[in-house]
Design a protein around this ligand. Sequence first.
Ligand code: ADE
Length: 257
Amino acid sequence: MTSEDKRRANYQNGHVPFPGIKTYVDPDTYEDPTQAVHEFTKEIDPSRIRIERVIGAGEFGEVCSGRLRTPGKKEIAVAIKTLKGGYVERQRRDFLREASIMGQFDHPNIIRLEGVVTKSRPVMIVVEYMENGSLDSFLRQHDGHFTVIQLVGMLRGIASGMKYLSDMGYVHRDLAARNILVNSNLVCKVSDFGLSRVLEDDPEAAYTTTGGKIPIRWTAPEAISYRKFSSASDAWSYAHKLDAPLKCVHVGPTATD
Ligand code: ADE
């Protein structure tokens, strides 16, 4: 393939050819979304995965914790999302769409995709393990135990992750504390790139006059009125769902107390 052919092929796949600037490619722009899974994710041999326990219920099946043996033989802690049996092709495609999105990102404040299992059952998405779970429950459980420095550090991390997503041209649409994961070092990472459930399953969602479902309390006015989601409406969500609530968290004793 000549470089011109490559450039054209990339363009047709949704890559915008700005040299040196990587932009997000919507897997739905692929005629065959399986191609996007191949392009943006790594297939993991299931023998490298050890599932240890169920830690939650995802939209498509159980979420488990476990260990992944890396090619260098080291074991790392992982979270494993599974696709429960009896799925139809559309569910498999929607499930794997999140992996195709996550696999394009590489940032310390974005949840890291380790890989996928698609060639055997159950189909799985394997991501880094975040010891402290979701930010909303973490804050509730430890209210009064954080210092201002720790809280501001968490906000900075999330802002940095969101800036990266915005630079990549990716709009999250459902930024909320429940979609942020926290690791053992209090590093916050943006997660939940499964666009399919955004408006249907959000507990805050309400029907608009046009019949659409939107998390009214926290959504930018232009997104409520005419579904104009953008990095600007993500920034609105950041301010209303993260910055303001985090400022309401009780601050714990400081070193000088
Ligand atoms: N729950 C959902 N995803 C998780 C992850 N990556 N780590 C820990 N708990 C999770």
